[in-house]
Design a protein around this ligand. Structure first.
Ligand code: F6R
Length: 250
């Protein structure tokens, strides 16, 4: 695992954008695995600005997102399809037909999961998977449990995730309680992984994931077994690692 320390959120976003840009420049027809949430917003903003300057070309890029809420239409402001269009796709020259987000409105959710697994197997899989991490250590919406979910599946969101994401909805009741998520096996099959971590409220999840045992109780801990993981974490997120190891880890 490679660890880049960033001073703050802006610095983390820029470093993350550097890494994604390098992937797009080295392989213009790459498949990016993308995440939503507050963590990658600054990185997407930076990528858009480099695209506007003419330094990046997304015309051949394909993307496959991690997850989507069950029951939200693509044009719902809280859906992850809307988020991706709004935070990245509408502002760069990616072909929308080459961008994929699970369909949370599918009548047959299992058939939708199977379709998504098919997509993941096509074209040689994901070149670079961008991840954020939940306060409970989730990646995608793979929540803590007794076993790692393998492939795309429909899961019930835990209270910790409902509490963390309720800020986007009018009320917790207005929030979907289920989501479709790419599974751990699919994430682990990505050729490289870029994990972005910012803020004090992620310090415990980061410490448990990489300085603790590999366990489905901390889903991100499985990333210890991947051979090409890059973490970009800011000082606030690294606080517990520093404290427990007694020195600033670089
Ligand atoms: C989003 C996703 C989630 C988030 C995680 C962190 O597509 O899969 O795992 O990365 O919940 O969310 P933020 O960045 O909002 O703290």
């Amino acid at each position: 695992m490679k660890l880049y320390r960033a001073e703050n959120y802006e610095h983390m976003s820029r470093k993350g954008a550097n890494i994604v840009s390098a992937q797009v420049i080295m392989k213009p027809d790459c498949t990016l695995g993308l995440a939503t949430g507050s963590t990658p917003v600054g990185m997407y903003r930076q990528l858009i600005s480099w695209y506007e300057k003419g330094d990046l070309d997304f015309s051949e890029v394909r993307s496959i997102n991690l997850d989507e809420y069950v029951g939200l239409k693509p044009d719902d402001k809280n859906s992850y399809r809307y988020f991706m269009n709004d935070n990245l796709f509408d502002h760069v020259n990616i072909d929308k037909a080459n961008t994929h987000v699970p369909n949370g409105m599918a009548g047959d959710i299992q058939a939708e999961c199977d379709r998504y697994n098919g997509l993941l197997r096509q074209n040689g899989g994901i070149d670079m998977q961008v991840l954020g991490i939940g306060r409970n250590g989730h990646i995608g919406f793979n929540e803590p449990g007794d076993a790692f979910e393998k492939e795309t599946c429909c899961i019930a969101l835990t209270q910790s995730t409902l509490d963390a994401n309720a800020r986007y909805f009018d009320s917790v009741d207005a929030m979907p309680h289920k989501a479709i998520t790419m599974g751990i096996k699919s994430i682990m099959q990505s050729k490289s992984i870029l994990l972005l971590v910012s803020g004090e409220n992620k310090a415990e999840a980061l410490y448990n994931s990489f300085w603790g045992p590999v366990t489905p109780k901390v889903p991100a801990s499985i990333l210890q077994l991947h051979n090409n993981v890059t973490i970009v974490a800011d000082d606030a997120a690294m606080a517990l690692v520093d404290k427990k190891t007694g020195q600033p880890v670089r």
